[in-house]
Design a protein around this ligand. Structure first.
Ligand code: SAM
Length: 330
């Protein structure tokens, strides 16, 4: 039986707290000297989450279909590697479409408690709709940041139950490599030996193919990116002139990552009245909004080994180089 997503209590205190945190992160990112930055997690308000679902349908964004194909094909093999009863937590579940294949495979042998964790309430709502009709699967969503949510889920597990943590969609790629390692270590601290982590990673491929994936012809990814400034205008009473903002995508070969930026095509003084903050954006200056690191297949098991796991298997999509990597906490 499915239950409603468990959201953080929607009191005005919590809403004000989230707004205060948003405001403070925006001030730090836009007020710093040098490259201006905004945390990519703020791309996913209700509008951003809906646009991300459309991005997953775009011909250029092969990443999402590769994740879907590989799980459709290999979920039974992945689940066969797990011994014992497992509860499932998913970090940044989004709408949970590809998770279905894993839940189906696991539910053939046990009843499944599935805990999607996402900072976007609307993504969790879609996830609930997407998966609520599955037999032998109960869903309780957590509208939380990754590690806060995972801690809550870990506290709910019963004696003898292991935890399978899913981190799909190559969302790990949003972290710089050292920060990605640190994140895996933080996840490991919450786990016990025998718990598993299924980590999806987008692999290196020709640069034009990667650039097109983040700069599609229909302009949906551009809208997704620009929505971050529109969100700031809405929530912090800002006055970014979006008609003079361009979506920019570049590939940094040394770091092996796609970067998304927003570039101003004129000088603009931006005031965020609710944040009591004002700054100057120069003509040509960019705000860095997201990184998507790309991996080679050999480095992913090494990432696991140096952060407290052993890699038990890798499954690949060959149409769009992409890997599902299964780690066990040691
Ligand atoms: C790239 S999407 C991936 C969605 C889905 N896993 C997939 O593979 O299609 C990233 C998801 O993580 C969520 N997210 C981003 N940062 C987060 C954070 N710090 N804590 C919790 N969720 C986060 C976003 O709201 C979004 O739904």
């Amino acid at each position: 039986m499915a239950t409603a997503p468990r959201m953080a209590p929607s009191t005005s205190t919590v809403t004000n707290q989230a707004l205060a945190e948003f405001s403070s992160d925006v001030i730090v990112g836009l007020g710093q000297p040098g490259q201006k930055e905004l945390p990519s997690k703020y791309l996913y308000d209700e509008v951003g989450s809906a646009l991300f679902d459309v991005i997953c349908l775009l011909p250029e964004y092969g990443l999402s279909r590769a994740g879907m194909r590989s799980l459709k094909r290999y979920a039974p093999d992945i689940i066969d590697c797990l011994n014992g009863p497992f509860v499932v937590a998913e970090l940044g579940s989004g709408s949970g479409q590809k998770t279905r294949f894993l839940l189906e495979a696991l539910s053939r042998r046990q009843r499944v408690n599935y805990y999607p964790i996402d900072i976007s309430g609307s993504a969790l709502h879609r996830c609930q709709q997407e998966l609520s009709e599955m037999d032998r699967v109960s869903i309780v969503g957590f509208e939380r940041a990754y590690l806060d949510g995972l801690q809550e889920v870990a506290a709910r597990r019963r004696e003898g139950e292991y935890l399978l943590v899913l981190f799909l969609g190559s969302t790990i790629g949003n972290f710089d490599r050292p920060a990605g390692d640190q994140f895996l270590r933080e996840v490991r601290k919450i786990l016990v030996p025998g718990d598993a982590l299924l980590l999806a990673t987008d692999l290196e491929k020709p640069i034009p193919q990667l650039l097109a994936a983040y700069d599609d012809a229909a302009g949906v990814t551009a809208a997704f990116n620009k929505n971050l400034l529109a969100r700031i205008n809405r929530e912090l009473d800002g006055n970014f002139d979006l008609s003079h903002i361009q979506h920019i995508v570049r590939y940094d070969e040394a770091e092996r990552r796609v970067e998304m930026h927003l570039r101003s095509t004129k000088w603009q003084r931006v005031t965020l009245r609710r944040a009591r903050f004002s700054f100057l954006l120069r003509d040509g200056e960019t705000i860095w909004t997201e990184s998507s690191h790309k991996y080679n297949p050999q480095e992913v098991p090494q990432m696991g080994e140096r952060t407290g796991y052993r890699c038990a298997g890798q499954w690949f999509d060959t149409e769009w180089p992409f890997a599902q990597n299964l780690f066990f906490a040691v």
